[in-house]
Design a protein around this ligand. Structure first.
Ligand SMILES: Nc1ncnc2c1ncn2[C@@H]1O[C@H](COP(=O)(O)OP(=O)(O)OP(=O)(O)O)[C@@H](O)[C@H]1O
Length: 371
């Protein structure tokens, strides 16, 4: 699966733009505020129908315009496909694959896998465990799409059990009503935990190697920390039953995979608490690259990797190491204020996109219309 072209209308700074994406590396360069991240975001939006930057999607519509639209041309073994996302604030998004409406991009086999590094994604390393759990669940889905249903079923069972705790506290039902929901929660909980553990198994060794290659000093380790180590669904159900009194006191379920964490460790200590900003950045990059390798092995193709403003924070040796890691047959798009920060940016086959406010100019010299 390869992303070939991107077309935008009224997306952030762009009134209209069309660019080709390179078969391996694409470098987006230009001064601060020119619209480099906007271009990266539009690629993510076109492939996933979501923004990787904001939950308030109104922000992506160009100031003064009624709606934004992104089209992405992709090609796989079966030929070419066009993904398109139209968004008008206040109306449902219009998603199409080859002109036919679809409910979710995630359901379309034409959608490329995509992985993104934005400076604020450091939160993944240093923020709350919920961010790492969500990330891990996305990895499970990317590795084994059919298993996405497990997390959905677990989340539903958890919501039902919490609602039931509320009804028991209000005296409307007896605690015995929990038996069935404990069993249901435990069934999906064990499956979810096993999926997460299998995904971490695939990535952990690669994470250590990638971190070393990127120059993170010390031994790097990726460790899954499940809340429960129950041998099976019955044992987890028993653990839930043991905690009923305290759950009823607090009004929510305190035990289970919704309390798991994923630990990024350097020399035995968590990067979250003890890593410097630079070490956390290398940890995150190592994680994304390790996942990219695992996905390439499992799904036959690495995901499209979007790297925003990563080079300015790395020294010259690490920049060279990073670019070398990307030469693995997959596609990557990197933004930079300075082309000289991307070793090999002038190599044949690398696509360079020069961004100025509202427009983007391709090497070949085809300019988009300015905003
Ligand atoms: N909806 C919008 N309509 C028009 N312009 C917008 C919109 N949203 C953001 N902008 C403008 O986009 C610009 C920022 O673009 P972007 O974040 O892509 O810059 P950048 O090239 O990545 O910069 P840096 O190198 O500083 O990270 C800002 O000037 C901002 O005002």
């Amino acid at each position: 699966m390869r992303v070939e072209r991107l077309r935008l209308r009224d997306f952030r700074t762009y009134a209209a733009a069309e660019v080709a994406i390179g078969p391996s590396l694409t470098v987006v360069h230009g001064p601060n505020g020119a619209g480099k991240t906007n271009l990266l975001e539009s690629l993510y939006f076109g492939c996933t129908s979501r923004s990787c930057r904001t939950t308030n999607e109104r922000e992506v519509v160009r100031f003064g315009a009624p709606a934004a639209r992104v089209e992405v041309d992709v090609c796989d073994r079966d030929g070419s496909h066009e993904l398109s996302v139209g968004f008008e604030p206040g109306a449902p998004k219009r998603l199409r694959v080859d002109g036919a409406p679809v409910e979710r991009m995630a359901d379309s086999p034409a959608r490329p896998l995509i992985s993104v590094f934005l400076p604020d994604r450091l939160e993944l390393v240093k923020g709350a465990p919920s961010l790492r759990r969500a990330h891990l669940d996305q990895l499970v889905t990317a590795l084994w799409p059919a298993r996405a249903a497990t997390r959905v079923a677990y989340t539903r069972a958890l919501a039902q059990r919490n609602a039931l705790l509320g009804r028991i506290r209000a005296g409307r039902v007896g605690p015995a009503a929990l038996d069935a929901w404990d069993a249901e929660l435990a069934r999906w909980g064990v499956a979810l935990r096993d999926d997460r553990a299998a995904a971490v198994d695939l990535v952990a060794e690669r994470f250590g190697a990638q971190a070393t290659d990127l120059g993170l000093a010390g031994a790097a380790e990726l460790r899954y920390r499940p809340r429960s180590r129950a041998a099976g669904a019955e044992a987890l159900s028993a653990e839930l039953a043991e905690r009923r009194g305290s759950d009823l006191e607090r009004g929510f379920t305190q035990h289970g995979p919704h309390r798991d964490d994923l630990l990024l460790i350097r020399d035995g200590r968590e990067l979250r608490a003890y890593g410097s900003q630079g070490e956390q950045r290398l940890g995150l990059l190592a994680l994304l690259l390790a996942e990219r390798e695992a996905l390439a092995a499992e799904r036959g193709a690495p995901p499209l990797l979007l790297l925003d403003d990563v080079m300015s924070e790395l020294d010259a040796d690490r920049r060279a190491l990073l670019v070398a890691r990307l030469d693995d047959g997959g596609q990557a798009v990197i933004t930079t204020t300075d082309l000289a920060h991307v070793p090999g940016a002038d190599a044949p086959g690398v696509v360079r996109l020069s961004v100025a406010p509202g427009s983007v100019l391709q090497d070949a010299g085809v300019a988009s219309r300015a905003a």
